[in-house]
Design a protein. Structure first.
Length: 139
């Protein structure tokens, strides 16, 4: 069985961002030479997420509004985690809801998506460099 590993790096200008990374992941799949297998894509930071959904601007805004209602950033004093001097407890909670990783089948050298599916990097405590692992295994 073959395997291939790469990292994608992000440094968003805003605290929260939703970035479609499907093309970047597909490029890595093609570079790997693996035609049949699995592709793991996982956020390597506990205040960021990788998830699959539709790339529709209204939905992305809905996520942002919904997540901010579930775990609002302010007031930062509402979270015990922030007693340590951090101000990102909300980002940890948002990541928990949105998930750590996705696994996508690779078929004939392509990510095998359902209709409208795309891979996203969700950033919840941005403005610093963070990475996403892409690991492909197969033949």
């Amino acid at each position: 069985m073959k395997h291939h590993r790469e990292e994608l790096w992000f440094n968003t200008q805003t605290r929260r961002a939703y970035i479609n990374i499907s093309e970047q992941v597909q490029d890595i799949v093609e570079k790997s030479g693996i035609k049949e297998g699995l592709c793991l894509v996982n956020a390597m930071h506990i205040s960021a997420s990788v998830y699959i959904n539709d790339d529709e601007s209204g939905l992305l805004k809905d996520y942002d509004v919904w997540l901010e209602k579930l775990a609002p950033h302010d007031p930062v004093a509402q979270y015990r985690h922030n007693d340590t001097g951090e101000d990102n407890a909300d980002a940890h909670l948002k990541r928990q809801v949105m998930g750590r990783e996705v696994v996508v089948a690779v078929t004939r050298g392509k990510l095998d998506f359902g209709p409208w599916e795309q891979i996203f990097y969700g950033e919840f405590d941005g403005r610093r460099k963070k990475r996403v692992l892409v690991k492909i295994i197969g033949e």
